[in-house]
Design a protein around this ligand. Structure first.
Ligand SMILES: C[S@@+](CC[C@H](N)C(=O)[O-])C[C@H]1O[C@@H](n2cnc3c(N)ncnc32)[C@H](O)[C@@H]1O
Length: 194
């Protein structure tokens, strides 16, 4: 998928799907409780216009939350919408950054405890150069996650076989993720908030 294609719904100010509090509940169910929510540094990749980050903060995840998307349109919208969370010293802090994940993640090693990817793995796999990009994506997640306890929470429409293959390369430790846990999430009603 191209940036132009992915930008277009955001130009129409599409309404975010009102399901993110259910997704936050999933994180809380499946992600081990390290470190405590108020200290957990969270990176949300391909964040779009989802209120996921705000829902997490409202649920006590008040360590820093950074959202990344390559659509300047949606990043601009979200920066305006959530301006109040930008200030240094805020108890709840959240930032939005425009960056193309395919170019690598603009963070140093061990910067985050938890990475959330909902839908973006699928988007990248639908783009040209997908396999190389997804390998880089996985390697970059590994690099910026805290070694030892860092966790990648991946929500995808793909079947486990078609996704885990990118996380399990026995001969290459960069792509060998320990403790992969797969859950099938039942399909929800497609209601969209007005
Ligand atoms: C399917 S949407 C999911 C949005 C959001 N996570 C949600 O659950 O509603 C995928 C998002 O990934 C972003 N995206 C796709 N490819 C990207 C890339 N290479 N770098 C950064 N963001 C990307 C798109 O702009 C879009 O907002």
């Amino acid at each position: 998928m191209t940036l132009e294609f992915l930008n277009s719904p955001y130009k129409g100010m599409c309404t975010p799907q009102n399901r993110s509090s259910e997704d936050v509940a999933l994180v809380e169910t499946y992600v081990p409780s390290f470190p405590r929510r108020e200290q957990c540094r969270v990176l949300i990749l391909g964040s779009g216009n989802s209120p996921f980050g705000e829902d997490m903060m409202n649920d006590g995840w008040t360590g820093e939350i950074i959202n990344v998307d390559f659509s300047p349109v949606v990043i601009d919208q979200m920066q305006r919408k959530y301006k109040k969370y930008e200030k240094e010293g805020n108890q709840m802090r959240m930032e939005f950054l425009c960056a193309d994940i395919n170019d690598g993640l603009p963070f140093s090693e061990n910067s985050f405890d938890l990475i959330i990817c909902k839908g973006v793995f699928d988007s990248i796999l639908c783009s040209s150069g997908s396999v190389n990009h997804i390998k880089k994506f996985v390697a970059e997640c590994d690099r910026v996650l805290a070694s030892g306890h860092g966790c990648l929470f991946l929500v995808t429409h793909g079947s486990p076989d078609n996704r885990v293959v990118f996380l399990e390369h026995e001969n290459d430790p960069t792509y060998f993720w320990e403790g992969i846990w797969i859950e099938r999430i039942p399909k929800r009603n497609k209601t969209v908030s007005q």
